[in-house]
Design a protein around this ligand. Structure first.
Ligand code: UGA
Ligand code: MN
Length: 317
């Protein structure tokens, strides 16, 4: 009897030991690795991968379910063209824009720096923005950097050229000029998404009034409510219209003009090349709602800013 019990015990013993070892390993894994493993190569790799995850969002793939994804892939992409230049408020301006843009589905941000290179500030900013983007740069010739000269002509034209080189007839899209000194409601992007040709809407704080707006009757634009140059064929701000990508591609020579163009006339001069007032598609409840404002951040007072660094650290503002 004793020998039977002993042999059973000896048969079971290795199995019991294996189970105990397995449980022990499992406990060690859950307890030890997150703490002690911080310096381990495997965890470092895991952390690096986690750090890389924002890059996925950067390329326009916000985390969505498959069915949401399928619904969204039917939407035309909104291409927002933002000219920008170095000044104290630049990062703050771009932050406000990115925080709106990253919430818009199927959105691609074309940021064009008025600069001889891609600056580190903007490069770093875009890499962390959570928005799908293309980063370009072109410097405005010095002779055009004067008061009374239209701004950002070269930058917007470079973005149009990029679209013409990188997008085709098969790509559904809507192009919008999003200056960096405006405030954008998310509703604006819902409105412009359905642009078939050229769409138009009111803009706050432009034309010397609380708002400027196209006057609509019977679903057509019949005039302009504006306090400045009502003789403009299209009395709208850059932020007041969007163009279907196919219209941009079908009119390869439509560009913003330097020659003969005065400040504030660039929009009208450009729109004349691609559409007629009677063909405009009014948005924002027949142009009765303001969904974008030319807020223009106040220039900060920096009179006490030392000319040589006094702080012990270098800090990006
Ligand atoms: C108004 C319109 O809102 C602009 O769309 C238009 O380009 C401008 O007039 C014009 O007539 O040229 P305003 O506020 O006077 O705008 O111009 P900014 O907002 O200072 O500049 C427009 C865009 O160009 C901004 O995104 C700004 O960052 C950029 N910019 C400005 C440059 O890239 N380089 C510059 O030297 C100045
Ligand atoms: Mn502006």
């Amino acid at each position: 009897m004793k020998s039977v019990l002993l042999s059973r015990f000896l048969i079971l013993l290795p199995w019991v030991l294996i189970v105990i070892i397995m449980i022990d390993i499992d406990i060690k894994r859950t307890i030890w690795i997150p703490v002690a493993g911080r310096s381990s190569r495997a965890l470092q790799q895991q952390q690096q991968q986690q750090q890389l995850q924002p890059r996925v969002a950067r390329t326009g793939a916000p985390r969505v379910t498959q069915s949401q994804n399928q619904n969204q892939s039917a939407l035309p992409v909104i291409y927002a063209i933002t000219p920008t230049y170095t000044r104290p408020v630049q990062k703050a301006e771009l932050t406000r824009l990115a925080q709106a843009f990253r919430q818009v589905a199927r959105f691609h941000w074309i940021v064009v720096e008025d600069s001889t290179t891609r600056t580190d500030l903007v490069s770093r900013f875009l890499a962390r923005s959570g928005v799908s983007f293309t980063h370009l740069h072109v410097y405005t010739p010095r002779r055009y950097k004067r008061a009374g000269m239209p701004r950002a002509t070269e930058q917007r034209n470079l973005a149009l050229t990029w679209l013409r080189q990188h997008r085709t007839k098969k790509d559904p899209g809507v192009v919008f000029f999003a200056d960096d000194d405006n405030t954008y409601s998310l509703e604006l992007f819902e409105e412009m998404r359905s642009t078939r040709g050229v769409s138009i809407w009111p803009v706050g704080f432009v034309g010397g009034r609380a708002y400027e707006r196209p006057v609509v009757s019977g679903g057509k634009v019949v005039g302009w409510y504006t306090g400045w140059r009502p003789d403009r064929s299209f009395a709208t701000d850059m932020a007041g219209f969007a163009v279907n990508l196919q219209v941009i591609l079908a009119n390869p020579r439509a560009l913003f003009k330097r020659r003969g163009s005065q400040p504030g006339m660039q929009e009208s001069d450009f729109l004349k090349q691609i559409t007629k007032v009677t063909d405009l598609e009014p948005k924002a409840s027949n142009c009765t709602r303001v969904l974008v404002w030319h807020t223009r951040t106040e220039k900060p007072h920096l009179t006490n800013e030392p000319s040589h660094r006094k702080d012990t650290i270098v800090i990006e503002v």
